[in-house]
Design a protein around this ligand. Structure first.
Ligand SMILES: NC(=O)C1=CN([C@@H]2O[C@H](COP(=O)(O)OP(=O)(O)OC[C@H]3O[C@@H](n4cnc5c(N)ncnc54)[C@H](O)[C@@H]3O)[C@@H](O)[C@H]2O)C=CC1
Ligand SMILES: O=C(O)/C=C/C=C(\O)C(=O)O
Length: 480
């Protein structure tokens, strides 16, 4: 059985306690590796190493930092197949998805910020002959980066790439539910010649190792992606310590389908935006609103498409829906399907655990589930489920769907389907979400601001936003 190690000060090391946690293969429901159950003392070592590495890394010529990050990206590409398989086994996602999306995006994240930092410039402001201001942006110090289990290497690199490119050193903690690709990544960092202590990866529980990073006085900046409740706890610790915080949290995203949409495109993309990665993407459109004139037609066509999705062994070619990430997450999702029924909802497709044959017979598979007949205000339509479950509701007109769409505590993403350009602009403007897709979903340009309003988060990732977050601005005013 593979034993994962922490990556501290350039070396792969055991947790100080010698204690390990079980790591499950969700498609088999079996333990297949061990993860360090790191504690405060491991985090202390990691922060010490990151602090010691900071002066050299932060003052290294940018081109040299960029070259090292690009080398890591090259190694991700070189190890594409191995990493994709590891991601699929660790998370339960279809191998094809890991091959097409997760691993290519991880190397794009590294390459994007390796290049972006070369073009990152600061502003200057002239005061009509009186004075000139110029603003410098310098790395903050040791950054704490905490990432979740749904897109493990993709979101891990989405944080550490801008942090490192900007000249910070990092103590990172991947999710204890999916630690494998971050571990393999640490081997690639060693191979790429990343100087020791620049990146440190501490594995373990959120409440123990994660909390120790958040509350460490020498970690002044935190970037977190995960659940809203965990985000609140992190903010409660970090805010009184005046740490810089970036929080990318949950979503309950509306997918709004107007009668004048391109029907086939709206239909096909909605299947994808509902069930990609088993619905475990914070951007999934979990509430589908369809204009009443096409509601029955859309529902019938959607049901047929969803029934045809192949739920299966994630390693098999034809699989479209793999396992959800853990037994406890499967139970959480099932509890929401039960709640939906108690709230008067009708399960028109799915609703059950799916039992497979052979090696996956004990795996955590759920049928893609469609629920109708619910009000937009019920808990099922207000709380994040984060699984292969969507609700569909009819609406009459624009003002009504805007009220429904904006009615949750979340404000991450929204999708609008219409061929009417004026309507698209009008609705996009009124939706309280940080990300709006018109006639598409999850089309990503890494230069754009990424993040949510309301309880979906604080701050934005992506492009210059992330480089601004990971640097400290200083304005210097010179009298002319
Ligand atoms: N926005 C998103 O992309 C995600 C949302 N979720 C939502 O969150 C719910 C709970 O899922 P969890 O696995 O519990 O996610 P979580 O939000 O607790 O975990 C995310 C990361 O935070 C760490 N963490 C947990 N407590 C911490 C603490 N006190 N200090 C520092 N780090 C801490 C975890 O170890 C993990 O690395 C899911 O059911 C889903 O609804 C989960 C993962 C990603
Ligand atoms: O950056 C992206 O393309 C996607 C990010 C997705 C998440 O942050 C998430 O699902 O948590």
């Amino acid at each position: 059985m593979k034993t994962i190690q922490n990556y501290i000060n350039g070396e792969l090391v055991e947790p100080k306690s010698g204690q390990y946690l079980d790591n499950y293969n969700p498609a088999e429901g079996k333990v297949y590796s061990l993860i360090p159950d790191s504690d405060k003392s491991d985090v202390e070592e990691a922060v010490k190493a990151a602090k010691a590495a900071f002066p050299e890394w932060s003052s290294m010529p940018i081109q040299k930092r960029s070259d090292i990050l690009n080398k890591i990206a090259d190694l991700i590409d070189k190890n594409h197949d191995r990493l994709a398989e590891a991601e699929s086994v660790d998370n339960g996602k279809p191998l094809k998805l890991a091959q097409r999306v997760d691993i290519p995006r991880a190397s794009s994240n590294m390459r994007f910020y390796a290049t972006a930092i070369l073009h990152f410039a600061s502003e200057s402001h002239h005061m009509d002959g009186e004075a000139v201001n110029y603003t410098t942006r310098t790395p903050v110090g040791v950054a704490g980066c905490i990432s979740p289990w749904n897109l493990p290497l993709y979101l891990f690199t989405w944080k550490i790439a801008p942090a490192l490119a900007a000249g910070n050193t990092v103590v990172a903690k991947p999710s204890e539910v999916t630690p494998m690709t971050a571990y393999l990544f640490s081997e690639l960092c060693i191979e790429a010649g990343l100087p020791k202590g620049v990146l440190n990866i501490v594995h373990g529980l959120g409440a123990k190792a994660g909390q120790a990073i958040i509350e460490h006085p020498d970690v002044p900046i935190i970037s977190f992606t995960g659940g809203t409740t965990t985000g609140k706890n992190i903010a409660a610790t970090a805010a009184p310590m005046f740490k810089k915080l970036s929080l990318e949290l949950g979503g309950k995203n509306p997918n709004i389908i107007f009668e004048d949409c391109d029907f086939e495109q709206a239909l096909n993309t909605s299947v994808h935006s509902s069930f990609a990665n088993q619905g475990q993407i914070c951007l999934c459109g979990s509430r589908i609103f369809v204009q009443e004139t096409i509601y029955e037609k859309f529902l019938n066509a959607f049901v047929e498409k969803v029934k045809a999705l192949t739920i299966g062994d994630p390693l098999e070619d034809g699989t479209k829906v793999g396992a959800v990430v853990s037994e406890s997450h499967m139970e959480k999702v099932m509890s929401y399907i039960k709640l939906a029924q108690e709230e008067g909802g009708k399960v028109v497709v799915g609703g059950n655990r799916k039992k497979l044959e052979g090696r996956c017979s004990e795996g955590y598979f759920l049928e893609p589930t469609i629920i109708t007949g619910l009000s937009h205000q019920c808990r099922t339509n207000q709380e994040e489920i984060f699984g292969p479950v969507v609700t569909i509701m009819p609406f009459k007109e624009e003002s009504e769907v805007l009220e429904y769409a904006n009615s949750t505590a979340y404000g991450l993403a929204a999708t609008i389907w219409t061929e009417n350009l004026k309507r698209a602009h009008r609705v996009a403007h009124q939706l309280k979400s940080g990300i709006i897709w018109v006639n598409c979903w999850l089309v990503r340009d890494l230069r754009t601001p990424f993040g949510g309003m309301k309880q979906s988060g604080v701050g934005r990732e992506g492009g210059w936003e992330a480089l601004r977050f990971f640097t400290e601005p200083k304005n210097i005013c010179i009298k002319l």
